[in-house]
Design a protein around this ligand. Sequence first.
Ligand SMILES: O=C1O[C@H](COP(=O)(O)O)[C@@H](O)[C@H](O)[C@H]1O
Length: 239
Amino acid sequence: MSALTVREVDGLAELGLACADEIIRICAARQGQGEVPCIALTGGRAGAAVLSSLGERAAASDVDWARVRFIWGDERWLPAGDAERNDLMADTSLFASATVDPALVHRVASSDAGLSVDEAAAQYAATIAEITHVDVSLCGVGEDGHVASLFPGRDDLLVDAVGTPDAIAVRDSPKPPAERVSLSLPALRRAERVWLLACGAGKAEAIADLRARREPLVPAALVSGRTETVLWADAAALG
Ligand SMILES: O=C1O[C@H](COP(=O)(O)O)[C@@H](O)[C@H](O)[C@H]1O
């Protein structure tokens, strides 16, 4: 667990560029040590900004993208290729401009794959349990302070107990779609670095609650990285 630090950025575009540059630096350094870096992607506007910048910078970077592992903090329970799936934004940005190894891209099953959402979550939990090191977990912060698909006031989702699986099925999500698969708190907390991403005035209340650690803690306040927890936010979100 690490203390929260703040990195102020000048809006979504700069957030995307700054995070992309850092991710590239971290991946190149890890590959220099002979390791396969692992990045946990996030959906939402901030996640899209990071992926778009990574896509622009991928070709000119020192990173061998075929030796980077990708997982998702959460996925919306929708058919493959649906415009609202979080993995689609990676497909149309970074994965379209860099050669990645499909064996290292760990997607949540799609709703048309013949599994129930519970089976998909169990399958993803088994996949995540095999991954011993996550370098960076990107966590877009929602207006209500949610991260991944862990929503405030949902005691059924905000669990970190012995036996909590690494991924869980989410039902009755307050944000559509209603069904999702999310990494659980213990899985998010295992990352080396947790980066909380928030831009815009709509996030100001949640960010104020997070920074003041107001009770009940918003889900974003419940996650931190082993060595680094950074809130990347613009002035509007910082209030
Ligand atoms: O539904 C989701 O929302 C959050 C935050 O999205 P944003 O558009 O407010 O940045 C996102 O991080 C999460 O992955 C996604 O499924």
